[in-house]
Design a protein around this ligand. Structure first.
Ligand code: GLY
Length: 393
């Protein structure tokens, strides 16, 4: 542990001018990317700084559409609206044809593309697509254990687990209940977060990435990592999914238990930041390590902190907001791309996955941009510039 919330306050905070400049730069990158990434999508992570184009597959394409919607809101330029609306059609086609949707990441995909489109423009195709995605997500709910199964064929004993990332998929279900009037979506989301919190938050407030449940009794059995350094470590992005995921469920459910959980998980995140405030990809690593960073984890955590500050008592909120302002400055100064000839991404120094002896990953997107890092960085900037920003989540 190398920080305290108090020590973070000794760093300089991002200024409004800096945040505005960073948003201008990010929107200019989105604009320059549009000719390639309107009919196609950027791959999950850049390679040597540049995103290769892909079809609408994987769990990550919604982040790019989200970047376009944020650019549209910031500039009101119809070119962004047209491009994002085109992508909505692709998302409707994807869910109708069931292209790469046998997993739980419907919220990551559909909240930022289609729920955003519906909220901003009233697009009925977007609403239809997002409701179909919500149906697909609740079809993964397991009544033995009360959770949304992350991966694989539902009911497969080898895949009988949840992962912390799924907390970001829950807002799609809260939204689906709001627009359809069917309480089942939100009820399943609430049941899932109750189970997830029981499983993934450890006594020291670090988190497991994934947790198995007993297929016969539904009892939590054991936690393992998929993308972290080891089973018992705190994968930085997983911890940040906890920070933002808890804040988002609190927004919809107002369960007071989530306030304490939020503070515990967030404090762990902040207290384990290295001296320059840009997290290594796993909190096993600290100041001076040669391991890569994961800038995206910081961007996700900033969004979660700013969301939760709306509901915390003012003194507590001011402390967390001050921390978020420092993390934001560190990202702007150390990770923002300012040269389109070197990268077509927005936020440098992310890590998708790192190969270690105990996890199940190959090196992927190490010290590269990734689409969620770009999105959450822009969302964080948007939140600072407009505290009344209406969420896509
Ligand atoms: N949800 C997968 C990841 O964060 O890489």
């Amino acid at each position: 542990m190398s920080q305290t919330i108090e020590s973070i306050k000794t760093y300089p905070a991002a200024t409004t001018e800096q945040i505005k400049g960073a948003m201008d730069e990010a929107v200019s990158i989105v604009r320059q990317d549009l000719p390639v990434f309107t009919d196609k999508f950027p791959d999950s992570n850049s390679k040597d700084g540049f995103y290769p184009p892909t079809e609408n597959v994987e769990w990550t394409t919604g982040f790019w559409t989200g970047c376009i919607w944020l650019s549209y809101e910031y500039t009101k330029d119809p070119a962004f609206r047209e491009a994002a609306t085109k992508q909505v059609d692709s998302f409707l086609n994807r869910i109708e044809k069931r292209i790469d949707v046998n997993h739980h990441d419907m919220g990551f995909l559909y909240s930022l593309s289609c729920v955003a489109a519906y909220k901003l423009t009233g697009n009925e195709n977007a609403k239809k697509a997002a409701l179909l995605a919500a149906d697909n997500l609740i079809s993964r709910f397991r009544t033995v254990g009360n959770f949304l199964q992350a991966w694989g064929t539902t009911g497969d004993p080898k895949e009988y687990r949840l992962i912390i990332d799924c907390l970001l998929n829950l807002p799609l279900l809260y939204w689906a209940t709001e627009v359809s009037g069917n309480p089942d979506y939100a009820a399943k989301a609430e049941a899932h977060i109750q189970t997830a919190m029981k499983c993934v938050v450890r006594p020291d407030n670090s988190t497991y990435h994934t947790h198995f449940l007993d297929i016969k009794t539904g009892e939590p059995t054991y936690g393992v990592t998929h993308q972290g350094n080891r089973n018992g470590s705190a994968w930085a992005r997983g911890q940040s999914w906890g920070v933002y995921g808890i804040a988002l469920s609190y927004r919809y459910l107002k369960n007071p238990e989530y306030i304490d959980l939020f503070c515990r998980v967030t404090d762990y995140f902040l207290e384990h930041l290295p001296e320059d405030l840009v997290p290594y990809w796993d909190f096993d690593f600290d100041t001076g390590s040669t391991e890569p960073r994961d800038s995206s984890a910081s961007a996700v955590a900033i969004c979660g902190i700013l969301e939760m500050c709306k509901y915390l008592p003012e003194e507590k909120a001011a402390t967390y907001r001050a921390a978020a302002e420092r993390l934001m400055r560190a990202l702007i100064e150390k990770c923002a791309n300012t040269d389109f000839t070197k990268s077509n991404g927005i936020l440098l120094h992310g890590t998708y996955a790192r190969d270690t002896p105990t996890n199940t990953c190959k090196n992927r997107g190490v010290d590269e941009c990734n689409t969620w890092g770009d999105y959450f960085y822009m969302e964080a900037l948007t939140r600072f510039l407009n505290p009344d920003w209406k969420l896509y989540w």
